[in-house]
Design a protein around this ligand. Sequence first.
Ligand code: HEC
Ligand code: HEC
Ligand code: HEC
Length: 102
Amino acid sequence: MILAISPKPAAAAGLGEMTFDNKIESMKKAGVGPVIFSHTTHENTIKCAECHPDIFIEKRGANDMSMKKNMDGEHCGACHDSTVAFPMYQCSKCHTQVGAAK
Ligand code: HEC
Ligand code: HEC
Ligand code: HEC
């Protein structure tokens, strides 16, 4: 695939921002809202191949993400563990509406 040789900027590929809310009911119970993930922001520091395909299969909804996996160092938790990037306890960096009424 050409992508590996000359990666298209995410925004140009229509991958600006994604909202993850598959687990919205559990999120509401825990007092947090949907997760916003920005390809554009990550692209500034991280190459496509650092996430795809080892950490994330590059297909919407194909990864069955969860906080348990994040905490176990998979998915977002592969980097957001306070070594590469901010740690998982900073809920409001990833989740919107933290602390909003349930
Ligand atoms: C920090 C990790 C990370 C980086 C870096 C990254 N992606 Fe992604 N990508 C994701 C995540 C997370 C998803 C959503 C997966 C899901 O929904 O399960 C995704 C999804 C995708 C999809 C699927 C879109 C769809 O609608 O099905 C494509 C294509 C993709 N990425 C391409 C790229 C390209 C090209 C780059 C480099 C410019 C890149 N990604 C960089 C994490 C990353
Ligand atoms: C680095 C980003 C990130 C941080 C920080 C983060 N989360 Fe999440 N969280 C996610 C992602 C991604 C999902 C899965 C979303 C989906 O697939 O719908 C998720 C899912 C959840 C869920 C849904 C149920 C479950 O177990 O998966 C809850 C509840 C949750 N997070 C609470 C929290 C709380 C509370 C914190 C702070 C202690 C936190 N999260 C910090 C990214 C993050
Ligand atoms: C391959 C490593 C890697 C993975 C995987 C990864 N991130 Fe990041 N992320 C980073 C780095 C590096 C930064 C920039 C440094 C920092 O802010 O600490 C960052 C920054 C962010 C920011 C801050 C953006 C800003 O505007 O400052 C958010 C929010 C974020 N990531 C969410 C996520 C979510 C949600 C996931 C999982 C779906 C994820 N990240 C997966 C490495 C990663």
